[in-house]
Design a protein around this ligand. Structure first.
Ligand SMILES: *[C@@H]1O[C@H](CO)[C@@H](O)[C@H](O)[C@H]1NC(C)=O
Length: 168
């Protein structure tokens, strides 16, 4: 009888552990526990996650590239253990959206790029790095048409290399 109980308990411990760990790995960052209903025109500021690449495993901080920075300074969002293990680094950004409004606005500008910054942008483009934005705690999606097929992907490339060119 006692011999039967031990493996069962071990099984439950393993089960609970699996549920907790897999939950932490798949979970999104949720800063608020309540639902927020947005009204039309309401402002949503995007957050930015680390720059990632399928080509290299090393993530870089978003502001390691010369992107426009928030006026109020760069602030870190709290990360959970799963996000830390995945190399996430969630920061605020000056990119502002309005719910259900199409608009193009320039909220900030960057100073002219230095030679080093240009080289860095080219390198990250060559290494297929992509920008990962977060809107309302969800990853921003990119919709694209490729050879007549509609593709959906999280994130967008740092840059594109022109076809038949060594330049990026
Ligand atoms: C915004 O633009 C897209 C693409 O042109 C269009 O499908 C959509 O209806 C527009 N939305 C609003 C609220 O104007």
């Amino acid at each position: 009888m006692a011999c039967n109980l031990i493996p069962k308990r071990a099984y439950w411990v393993a089960f609970i552990y699996t549920v907790l760990v897999s939950h932490a790995c798949n979970g999104f960052y949720l800063s608020e526990n309540y639902m927020h209903t947005y009204s039309t025109g309401e402002e949503i500021y995007a957050k930015v996650n680390s720059l990632t690449s399928i080509y290299t495993v090393l993530p870089f901080s978003y502001y390691s590239l010369p992107y426009c920075k928030p006026h109020m300074g760069i602030k870190k969002s709290a990360e959970n253990l799963g996000q830390l293990l995945m190399g996430d680094q969630i920061l605020n950004s000056p990119d502002r959206f309005r719910l259900n409004v199409n608009e193009s606005v320039f909220l900030c500008t960057t100073s002219p790029l230095s030679e080093h910054e240009v080289k860095l942008l080219k390198q990250r483009t060559r290494d297929l790095y992509q920008v990962n934005m977060i809107l309302d705690n969800l990853p921003a999606m990119r919709f694209a048409q490729q050879n007549g097929i509609k593709i959906q992907w999280t994130g967008f490339p740092v840059g594109y290399a022109l076809p038949n060119s060594n330049e990026v």
